[in-house]
Design a protein. Structure first.
Length: 227
């Protein structure tokens, strides 16, 4: 599976830990593949992506807190459904934007090395991997073949972006989210992806930390509501 070209592409730091800008740009590319949106385009300090959903039409993501860029975006962007995300705290973002922007909950940019490993779900579940679309989809199915948990992996160069990891309510608290994460990491490692990236909610962060993921930055967000 080849990665889609984008002017926002970055090459990993040779022989070292990837920098925060590299992770943010790779996350944007892999997230776009997972969600089926156009590839992101570069803007000063980060990228822009056409999300195209009600309430979330377009997204700007900055790889660092830059008060000057945020001030310019906050005053220039007026279309409802526009989002701005920036690495840094909500207080910093709130202080850089005009008051008519609405703040959203903080998320967490995380990364982890991918490695191969046997994935054995608890009985009676099984794991299926689908690579026919733009993203890799790992699905845990129950004894009837019905989906119980799933997640997506979007390749971005040597990075793999994990997204939309979900377990259906009837199958929670059985470790199926962990099975999905390990299945995606194993598949990524077997296909040349060395570093995983994701953006977690506060609730999801503890699960990912227990699996060896490291928080690289908080991700503050604000948006212009659609009425």
């Amino acid at each position: 599976m080849t990665d889609r070209p984008t002017p926002a592409a970055h090459v990993p730091t040779p022989g070292g830990d990837p920098t925060l800008p590299e992770l943010v740009m790779a996350w944007g590319r892999g997230w776009a593949r997972c969600r089926g949106t156009p590839a992101p385009t570069a803007v000063p300090g980060g990228f822009r992506v056409e999300v195209g959903r009600p309430g979330h039409r377009v997204r700007y993501v900055l790889n660092r807190h830059d008060a000057a860029i945020l001030d310019d975006l906050g005053r220039r962007l007026t279309a409802p459904g526009t989002w701005i995300k920036a690495m840094g705290s909500s207080a910093e973002l709130r202080g850089a934007l005009p008051p008519h922007w609405t703040m959203a909950p903080v998320n967490h940019l995380m990364s982890a090395p991918f490695g191969e490993g046997v994935v054995t779900p608890p009985a009676p579940y099984a794991v299926r991997i689908d690579t026919t679309g733009g993203a890799v989809v790992a699905t845990v199915v129950d004894s009837t073949g019905s989906p119980a948990a799933s997640g997506r992996l979007g390749p971005a160069g040597s990075y793999g972006v994990v997204d939309q990891v979900e377990t259906t309510p009837a199958h929670r608290r059985r470790g199926l989210g962990t099975v999905v994460m390990r299945a995606l990491a194993d598949h990524g490692a077997r296909h040349g992806l060395h570093t995983g990236i994701l953006v977690a909610t506060d609730d999801g962060r503890s699960l990912y930390e227990s699996l060896g993921w490291t928080t690289r930055s908080t991700v503050a967000a604000a948006f212009l509501p659609e009425n």
